[in-house]
Design a protein around this ligand. Sequence first.
Ligand SMILES: [Zn+2]
Length: 222
Amino acid sequence: MVEDAADADPRAAVVAAVRRLDALGLNRGSTGNVSVRAPRDGVGGCWITPTGAAAQGLGADDLVWVGDDGRVDGRWQPSSETPMHLAVYAARADLHAVVHVHAVHATALACLRRPLPAFHYMVAVAGGDDVPCVPYHLFGSEALSQAVAAAFARRHAALLAHHGLVAGGRSLEQAMTVTVEVEALCRTYLAALAVGEPALLDAAQMAAVIERFTGYGRTARR
Ligand SMILES: [Zn+2]
């Protein structure tokens, strides 16, 4: 795992992330939710924001621990999107944080049921040559969890049709970076679409970007 603030105090790092999403205008109302992987007593699980949690007034003590075995520890109900977070952790052992938002531009593209294609090289930030759009399923449902897990087999971000965006990272910092970048890319893509259909980078061009990104990652870890 990449070391970041979440290693020292995972709950405080989640609270800071929610406040940052709020400050950036990405956490509309209390629709966003953030988690970090946190196994306990040999059981997989995560710390996650409570349901209906507004960023203002949210403290570390308000976070809820949820285990893969269904155990819940906290003062509040966990986010209704908890099954989706746990599904990502189950699907990807390398991911340690998940951020979910209804940010305006990512959600607008998701409402068109369109993926974010390789119109810009930074699309590779999500691990491939697009950010897929998962078909619509009811929030909090097993069907949505399974669909997101399938998308995360090859990416670490996905648009959710008629819903929003979910992003994962090896660290909370990386999950936040992917969230902010994908929202910005969706905004740019929608602006380009307003004029015409943008040309796309080809598979070789995107593979070169991904290779460069992976190289940066290796360097950063040394
Ligand atoms: Zn949602």
